[in-house]
Design a protein around this ligand. Sequence first.
Ligand code: ATP
Length: 284
Amino acid sequence: MLVERAYAKINLTLDVLGKRQDGYHSVDMVMQTLDLSDLLWMEEMDQDAVIVDATAPHIPLDHRNLAVAAAELFRERSGIRRGLRLKIEKNIPVAAGLAGGSADAAAVLRGLNRLWQTGYSLDELADMGAEIGSDVPFCVYGGAAVASGRGERIHRFTHSLRAFVVLTRPPVFVSTADVYEATLPEQYASAPASPRMVKALQEGDLERVRQAYTNGLMATTFRLYPEVRALADRIRTVTGQPVYMSGSGPTLYLLLPTQSQAQRTYNALRGFIRDVHLCRFTPV
Ligand code: ATP
């Protein structure tokens, strides 16, 4: 039996560059993992199957669960057909733009590689992960990276900024597909913001990170789901801080330089929202 952590990610930039022949959009994004994580317990069992149990009510417990899909794929690729019991201790808000499912899948790939001593490199695990979903390769590595293509092409980089993040998941269901479809070509970026963001992170300059932030889906999410916009406005008014969105939302977050400012912001948000988390960039 072993346990592996699955880290949530936020988008520090998300530029939509165009629509591809295959129906996907080409994107360019700076992603960063947070120390907000699920725990994935993996244990062998006699029965030739993969079964999963989770502490969260709203996630599928069959092959649609990305952790199960990852285990099935790993068993097929490695030829190791041992039975597996998975348990997901869910802390990452679900369907939030935080890549919780993808992070779980990535953690299963890393965990089974340890459990069964298969010796795959991270690059090989990331290639496997791309077959499960566009965000899985980034989640295999964690840390910070520029993701391009559909989000599956990963260019990792290092930096030493360990900013504090206060995030909240508004109780609104956002359809990622609808948001992409409703994003107009005039909202596509002519050039990605990622080089500026990478530079700001590497200079350790949180003010520049805030200036370099961009999300080409935010206007569309706000238009389709006015409750998300209303909450973002309220958070901005209460805290006096800029408010950002991860992925297609609905998660909203703030970036703070110190623990004490983050704690004050957390307390302020907890006054009127239930689902609030105080976390930090993972070390890169
Ligand atoms: P992304 O940022 O990659 O778009 P997300 O954070 O918006 O992902 P997830 O938390 O991954 O979304 O959940 C999206 C959907 O995937 C959920 O509605 C859920 O039914 C399904 N799902 C499948 N496996 C999992 C899992 N292990 N954890 C959470 N959701 C999962």
